[in-house]
Design a protein around this ligand. Structure first.
Ligand SMILES: [Zn+2]
Length: 313
């Protein structure tokens, strides 16, 4: 996989940012909705320590003015382009139907069985690419900007519970149903509908207000005591596996539960699941920040010790 990842970025970044923008005008339904990814990245960027904040600013193209979230949807926009088609399996994990577990060696592969080609493998790979950043700019094997964007996007995807779903129904994509009055599918409900419904019902259709609520709950609210344990990580590989396991557990407990093809989902489904979606966005953001803080720290030992000293006893 390393080899394949290595050669994918040789042409002008600005050129494909422009094309990505054109593509973004075409609506599509993959990954957290645009809002889910934007919020994940805004939460993360606000939690960066100075060294990581500077590295992120350096890696972003000038036209986004230092705003990581402006490009966090980019991997969804390019996944069907010929050049990036190989990244398509990296957005999700298919687990065995009804098993409700994730096992990296069993589940992390593409449809042809190629190992590591899943969202958990991608996070691991792009994190290790970024770890070369502190070695200086002489290492040109990797496109650090793309690695940052892919990592930031996939940390959102792995926290979207239906991105670690069952194989046969493609993470709920083939479970067609109605969301209130319009047609949708179960995957789409978790990508987009719940967030949109919340914005419509409670936030005057303003994502900023929803984001402020989530950030308030992280810093000084219902999750403020949990944040340290969310981001605690001694071994990145097992942490990523944990995030995927959390997602499939939630998919079973909240996503698939009591849902059948052709049903109508409305308030009874929406209300208990909104806090789950908000928490997953919060966790994705907090953990993305933790990874970036670790990977861009010039003193990795101190960083690990610092994390450990804050872990719950
Ligand atoms: Zn995605």
């Amino acid at each position: 996989m390393e080899k394949k990842y290595r050669y994918f970025g040789r042409f002008s970044f600005h050129w494909f940012v422009l094309l990505a923008f054109v593509c973004s005008l075409v609506p599509r339904a993959q990954g957290w909705s645009k809002e889910g990814h934007i919020m994940t990245c805004q939460i993360a960027q606000a939690l960066l320590k100075p060294e990581a904040a500077e590295a992120v600013r350096n890696l972003l193209p000038h036209n986004v003015d230092g705003d990581l979230s402006a490009l966090c949807v980019w991997p969804d926009q390019v996944r069907h382009w010929y050049r990036y088609r190989w990244t398509s399996p990296l957005h999700f994990i298919d687990t065995p139907d009804n098993a409700c577990t994730f096992d990296y060696s069993r589940d992390c592969h593409d449809q042809h069985g190629l190992k590591n080609m899943c969202v958990a493998g991608a996070i691991q790979n792009f994190t290790s690419q970024l770890s070369h950043y502190t070695e200086g700019t002489s290492d040109r094997r990797y496109n650090m900007t793309e690695a940052l964007l892919f990592l930031s996007h996939f940390m959102g995807d792995i926290h979207q519970p239906m991105h670690v779903g069952f194989t046969t129904d493609e993470g709920g994509n083939t479970i067609d149903l109605r969301w209130y009055k319009h047609k949708s599918n179960l995957h789409h409900v978790w990508d987009r509908e719940i967030i949109q419904q919340a914005m419509k019902d409670y936030y005057d259709k303003d994502m900023e207000l929803l984001l402020q609520d989530i950030q308030g709950n992280i810093t000084d609210g219902i999750w403020s005591d949990d944040v340290t344990s969310w981001k605690h990580c001694d071994d990145q590989r097992s942490c990523i596996n944990k995030y995927a396991t959390e997602s499939i557990n939630i998919a079973c407990k909240w996503g698939y539960k009591d849902v059948g093809v052709g049903e109508t989902l409305a308030e009874d489904y929406f209300l208990p699941r909104l806090p789950v979606v908000e928490k997953r966005i919060a966790q994705g953001g907090v953990r993305l920040a933790a990874i970036l803080n670790r990977v861009f720290s010039s003193d990795q030992e101190t960083e690990v010790a610092d994390e450990a000293s804050h872990s719950p006893t």
